[in-house]
Design a protein around this ligand. Sequence first.
Ligand SMILES: NC(=O)c1ccc[n+]([C@@H]2O[C@H](COP(=O)([O-])OP(=O)(O)OC[C@H]3O[C@@H](n4cnc5c(N)ncnc54)[C@H](O)[C@@H]3O)[C@@H](O)[C@H]2O)c1
Length: 367
Amino acid sequence: MGDAPRIGIVGVGVISGAYLKTLEPRSDVQVAAIADLDAARAATVAEGIPGARALEVAALLADPDIDLVLNLTIPAAHAEIALAAIANGKHVYGEKPLAVDLAGGRAVSEAAAAAGVRLGSAPDTVLGTGTQTARSVIDEGRIGRPIAATAVMANPGPEPWHPNPDFYFLPGGGPLMDMGPYYISALVHLLGPVTAVVGAASRLRSERVIGSGPRAGERIPVGVDTHVSGILEHASGALSTLTTSFDSVKTSAAPIEIHGESGSLSVPDPNMFSGVVSFCALGSTEWEPIGDRAGYVDAARGIGLLDMLAAPDDAHVRASGRLALHTLEVMTAVLESARTGVRVSLDTTVERPPLVPLGLRFDLREL
Ligand SMILES: NC(=O)c1ccc[n+]([C@@H]2O[C@H](COP(=O)([O-])OP(=O)(O)OC[C@H]3O[C@@H](n4cnc5c(N)ncnc54)[C@H](O)[C@@H]3O)[C@@H](O)[C@H]2O)c1
C-alpha cells in the first residue's frame, strides 16, 4: 500500500469527528484533503488538520495525491461517491450502508473488483473486543453447535438528537438500513453467511419532529417502515431473529444472544467496540462474564479502514465490501419479504472474516 496512505474525506458531518479522532494522530496515514457539499464546513474541518486541504468534491475525487477516499456522506450519496472514487483508481472505505439499494451496492462492488482497488465499509465496531470475544468463544466450541440467535435494536428514533435526521426516514434509511449493518455484520462474524430471509414491517408515524439544533420543531416526512423484523436463515442451519425499531420507547433485551446446544452467549451492543460477553452453560442458571479474548482493544471508528490497508490481500479485509454487500442484500431481502409476504433466497454470500487476535496492533509503514 506504500508509505502513509493519503486519505481524502468526503462528507464531514456528525460522524466525521469520530474518524478524525482515530486517524489524525496516526503517523502511518495522512488525512490529506476534505470535501463536503457544504464547502464552508469542509474548510473549517481542514483548517484544524495540519497539512489537509479543503477541496471541491469532484476535485478531491480526481486528485492524484489521494490514495483512498473515506466516504462519510449520507446513504443516498454513498454509491455515487464510491463509484467516482473507484473510477479515479482510489481505494474506498465508506460509512454504511454500502448503497441504498442492492443494485447500487453491486455496482460499487463490481467496479472496485474490476479496478483492482480495495473496498471497505463500516461497521468496524464488530472488530472490537465485544463481538470478537463472542466469536472466539463460539469457535472454541463452548456453546456447542449454534442453533439460534436473537438480535434487538429498539429505540424511539434519531430525530431527538440528530440535527439533520431527514436521511433516516428516506429510502436507504429506517431502522433496518441504518442499524441493521451492525447487527447483521455481527451475526455473520458469529454464525456465518445468510442464505434466506423472511420479513415483516410496520410504520408508527407519517411525520417526525426534529428535536435539536437549528431546525428543532420542524416536521419531516417518514418515507420508510420504522419497525422491521426478520428471520435470517444461516448457511450453517442456525436461525437469527432480528428486530430493528425506531418505534420503541425502551428495551432491556440483550442486543444479541446466541444459543447453542450446550450453552448460551450474551453479546454486547454491536454498535460499540467493547462490552461484556456472558456465557451460561447447559445445566447452569447464571450468566458468567468472559474476559476479553479477541478483538482490537480500545478501538474506535476508523479501525476498519486501517485494518483494510493492513490486510495482506483482499480476502483478509475484515470490514470488506463483500461483507457490506451481503449485509445489504440481507436487509433489502427482509424489506422485500415484508412487502411481498414471500421468503427470499439470497444470491450473495461471504466467508466469515478472519478473527481479530486480542490487542492486534500494526504500523502500516512496517507492513
Ligand atoms: N451520526 C451518527 O451517529 C452515525 C453513526 C454511525 C454511522 N453514521 C453514518 O455516517 C454517515 C453520515 O452520517 P452523519 O450523521 O455524519 O450525517 P450528517 O448529515 O451529519 O453528515 C453528512 C455530511 O455529508 C455531506 N454530504 C452529503 N451528500 C454529499 C455529497 N454528495 N457530496 C459531498 N458531501 C455530501 C453533508 O453536507 C454533511 O456534511 C451515514 O451513512 C450514517 O449512517 C452516522
